[in-house]
Design a protein around this ligand. Structure first.
Ligand code: ADP
Ligand code: GLC
Length: 485
């Protein structure tokens, strides 16, 4: 079959700009599609980290002011290990320090509507006949609200087929109604079946309404977001479009997350050399100032600290965890009250609970390798990458059965041990009691080294590479292209 020309539009991409899993996906999925022979290029803002990484990037197009509220910009071309990047250069909007969405005070940048309006508008332009590039795009693939407005222009003005992937439906990207004119969308778009959402312009709603096809990052989340309790108000629309919606489970980058050859670790290991994992536990305890105890399980957390991740329950349990007895290594940042709560816990239990409030890629790898069990009791989890990293690192995860966690983690029971699918632990309810009981179950199971080894090996054997997901995206693109013509 003929290769496709795909524009992948994203607001973050590892290793340069990453606040969560979208950054990882935006690096690994396009690379997998490229390996499969497709002509894919990634469009993202030329943030300071990218300007630094590609200082001599040539200008390949000048972008005029496309709407009354949008500035002029330029497109720079860069190459990331064989993957072509299109960097949207607009210093006024993108050259700001730190997090791509938030100012230093923790609030959204007040002009995010213009910042991601421009990104969406340019993504659409590259899929239209007026594109300044000599490159005919078959499909524009948008990710989350930051690029989800692109399908609106493709729909109202014409252009390539479009796909919007929902990585997290909790962020609708809502702005005041005046943005309609500022972004030069037609007045006729202001409808319940257009871009309007409760009196505001919602980028995500626009994309879910107007994209040719929709996807999300796990089959279970695809079902959940059609339910009012998960859909953040968008469930009726998704039920209406259910035939156009797919759930495609993310993969992981098995080169970057490879316990046998991970430069961040003191010692590499594999499913048949698991004894070497112990050296990583000891090194992690030393690095974090935890007691060098081999007789108690070490729980690990690497996470954004938000309501979504359910870690407030862990705060509620606090002392109960050390009483198991067990240790905790937590790396994360976000909600200020949760940050303070975990710091207080670490101060109360020195040597047993270690907390690091920062973003640290290397430490994330060392926690995946050094912990015995990874904690992820999320309230909702579109896919989740960390539980897959944990499975691959022989660190059985404790999760709640939601979204991608339900699609990847199999609770340990007599039946799942017998059929060799057991690879972790599932907590039944979102209550401190249920979490406490499951932590106890983990600690007990961990004492049985034979069973624990089976869990580790079951998890490590599973194939999490991007190959299967890439194939499913190609099918979705072809379906969208056929539907758009
Ligand atoms: P989400 O995208 O909802 O945050 P995922 O599990 O899909 O959840 O992806 C989170 C990604 O961000 C993982 O690669 C994880 O290792 C990384 N991450 C989150 N917080 C930190 C942190 N404080 N330091 C380093 N990496 C982090
Ligand atoms: C979002 C979700 C997470 C998912 C990631 C990548 O940030 O919260 O579950 O793994 O996107 O798709």
């Amino acid at each position: 079959m003929n290769p496709l020309a795909i524009l992948f539009a994203t607001s973050e991409m590892a290793p340069w700009v990453k606040t969560g899993g979208l950054g990882d996906v935006a690096a690994a999925l396009p690379a997998a599609l490229r390996r499969a022979g497709h002509d894919i290029r990634v469009l993202l803002p030329a943030y300071p980290a990218l300007k630094e990484a590609f200082p001599g990037a040539p200008v390949v197009a000048a972008i005029p002011a496309l709407a009354p509220g949008l500035p002029t910009a330029r497109l720079l071309a860069a190459d990331s290990g064989g993957l072509p990047l299109l960097l949207l250069d607009c210093p006024e909007l993108y050259e700001r320090p730190g997090n791509p969405y938030l100012a230093a005070d923790g609030h959204d940048w007040p002009d995010n509507g213009r910042r991601f309006g421009l990104l969406s508008r340019v993504a659409a332009l590259l899929g239209q006949p007026a594109s300044p590039l000599l490159w005919r795009v078959d499909v524009v693939h948008c990710n989350d609200w930051q690029t989800a407005l692109a399908p609106a222009w493709l729909h109202y003005e014409g252009g390539a087929a479009s796909v919007v992937t929902v990585h997290n439906i909790a962020f609708p990207g809502c702005f005041e109604a005046a943005m309609l004119g500022a972004l030069d969308l037609p007045d006729s778009a202001w409808r319940f079946d257009g871009v309007e959402y409760h009196g505001q312009l919602s980028f995500l709603k626009a994309g879910l309404q107007l994209a040719t096809r929709i996807s999300t990052v796990s089959p279970t989340y695809a079902r959940e977001i059609q339910d009012d309790s998960f859909g953040y108000g968008l469930a009726p629309l998704l039920r209406h479009r259910r035939d156009d919606l797919r759930g495609i489970l993310n993969g992981i980058d098995t080169d970057i997350w490879n316990p046998a050859a991970d430069p961040a670790l003191v010692q590499g290991y594999a499913a048949n050399r698991l004894a070497a994992k112990r050296a990583n536990k000891l090194a992690l305890q030393r690095e974090l100032g935890l007691a060098e105890a081999a007789d108690r399980p070490l729980f690990g957390v690497v996470s954004r600290l938000t309501e979504q991740k359910g870690l407030d329950l862990l705060l509620d349990i606090g002392a109960g965890l050390t009483a198991l007895p067990a240790q905790l290594a937590l790396l994360g940042s976000g909600d200020k009250a949760m940050e303070a709560g975990f710091m207080a816990l670490a101060e109360r239990f020195p040597g047993q609970i270690a907390v690091r409030l920062k973003f640290d890629e290397g430490l994330a790898h060392r926690i995946e390798a050094g912990a015995d069990c990874f904690l992820m009791p999320s309230r909702f989890e579109p896919c989740g990458l960390n539980q897959m990293y944990s499975l691959r690192y022989g660190t059985p995860p404790l999760v709640r059965a939601t979204g991608g966690l339900a699609d990847t983690v199999v609770d340990t029971t007599a039946a799942t041990l017998a059929d060799k699918t057991a690879n972790g632990f599932v907590v039944a309810d979102l209550t401190p009691n249920a979490l406490g009981e499951t932590l106890e179950r983990v600690a007990r199971t961990w004492q049985d080294k034979r069973i624990w080894l089976r869990l580790q090996q079951n998890g490590m054997r599973r194939d999490f590479s991007w190959k299967s997901a890439a194939g499913q995206y190609i099918e979705l693109y072809r379906d969208a292209i056929a539907a758009a013509h």
